[in-house]
Design a protein around this ligand. Structure first.
Ligand SMILES: [Zn+2]
Ligand SMILES: [Zn+2]
Length: 361
């Protein structure tokens, strides 16, 4: 007799109740289930909660006179960058495009960051890191080794959104275990099917999402990681001698990326608990983000632009670790000279062999 609409979790066929074993059986695939187990399974499926993401509303805060250092706004007529910086920086080149005619102006209406990671490397150390990185680049033009050029690097605080939250998740997996054995007549294969139900909670702090379109992601990703444990509450004093970019990617546009990172992290953490099973596939999952906090934060990098053969080469150096990202040009003159020498040696060897050969004759 068919029992309500209990379907076989393995193959989807209708199940029948077997009076002898008191279990539900599938005539289609031969699976057998305890009635109570199946009832719990159906209950779990029906009560599966929906995902929800509860991030706070971020209200931007503006700079106001806080004492400490005097701030100026700077804008670049060439690339449009708008930056806040120490009033005493004097003549500054644009850290984004290398343009030298950066204009000093007002910084009113600029958003005030909540956190920042302070610079650990001063300019001398950052220059040293760049010089070391250059050692690995073959046929590098001389401009890239000129201290007067390298010295033009600027310390820039780059904006990012930092997301904190708690996350509750429930994930149900389909999985199986296969066992095989043999007797003198047959080989046997037995497949046990499982529903793995996982639930848990993970807290996240400082999930970073890039808040500036001007710093190309490849550079920022190239100098990762940053140590977010060093983040401190923002204070204008940290800006002395440095520039700070302001965000142009809104919180609204960043929230989805933060939510996606939370979801991926929790899914991979849960997946680690399914070892020992085969064919593990997530059937349904719910992710609930609560107490989501959003902070406008700044990351420390040194930026350097070097012009070579009408092209601007851009470098970013992690202000905490000194890791360098950027592309190195090859000096054609240096490379040609190198190949000329190599060919000269080959030619000399060739001539030597020819002589030896002639003498031998
Ligand atoms: Zn079945
Ligand atoms: Zn610029």
């Amino acid at each position: 007799m068919a029992i309500l609409n209990y379907k076989c979790p393995c193959c989807g066929a209708s199940l029948t109740f077997d009076g002898e074993t008191q279990n539900l059986q599938c005539e289609s695939c031969g699976s057998e289930f305890e009635t109570e187990t199946l009832r719990q399974l159906m209950e779990n499926e029906q009560s599966a909660p929906k995902s929800s993401y509860d991030w706070e509303n971020y209200e931007p805060r503006y700079f106001k006179d806080e004492g400490g250092i005097d701030l100026s706004g700077y804008s670049c007529p060439s690339c449009g960058a708008e930056i806040v910086g120490d009033n005493n920086l004097g003549a500054t080149v644009c850290p984004y495009c290398g343009n030298a005619t950066i204009v000093q102006g007002n910084f009113e209406g600029t958003y005030r960051p909540d956190y920042l990671i302070p610079f650990k490397l001063d300019k001398a150390k950052a220059m040293e890191c760049f010089e070391n990185a250059c050692k690995d680049a073959p046929f590098l033009p001389n401009e890239f080794k000129d201290k007067r050029v390298i010295e033009k690097m600027a310390g820039v605080y780059v904006p990012f959104w930092a997301f904190d939250c708690d996350c509750d998740a429930n994930i149900t997996y389909n999985a199986n275990r296969v066992s095989t054995w043999s007797d003198s007549n047959y080989d046997y294969v037995k497949t046990d099917y499982y529903k793995l139900i996982r639930a848990g909670k993970i807290g996240f702090a400082n999930i970073p999402v890039d808040a500036s379109t001007k710093t190309e992601n490849q550079y920022m990703e190239g100098v990762e990681p940053f140590n977010y444990a060093d983040a401190v509450n923002f204070n204008t004093a940290y800006l002395a001698g440095y520039l700070a970019d302001r965000y142009d990617v809104s919180v609204e546009d960043s929230i989805d990326r933060a939510s996606e990172r939370v979801k991926k992290s929790i899914q991979s953490a849960f997946a680690q608990t399914t070892g020992g099973y085969m064919g593990v596939t997530a059937e349904q999952s719910s992710v609930n983000v609560s107490d989501g906090k959003i902070r406008y934060s700044l990351l420390p990098v040194w930026m350097l632009n070097i012009k070579y053969m009408d092209k601007m080469y851009k470098y970013v150096i992690n202000g905490q670790t000194g890791k360098v990202a950027g592309e190195y040009p090859v000096s054609k003159a240096k490379r040609n000279k190198f190949f000329a020498i190599v060919c000269g040696i080959a030619l000399a060897v060739g001539v030597g062999i020819a002589y030896a050969f002639t003498n031998f004759m």
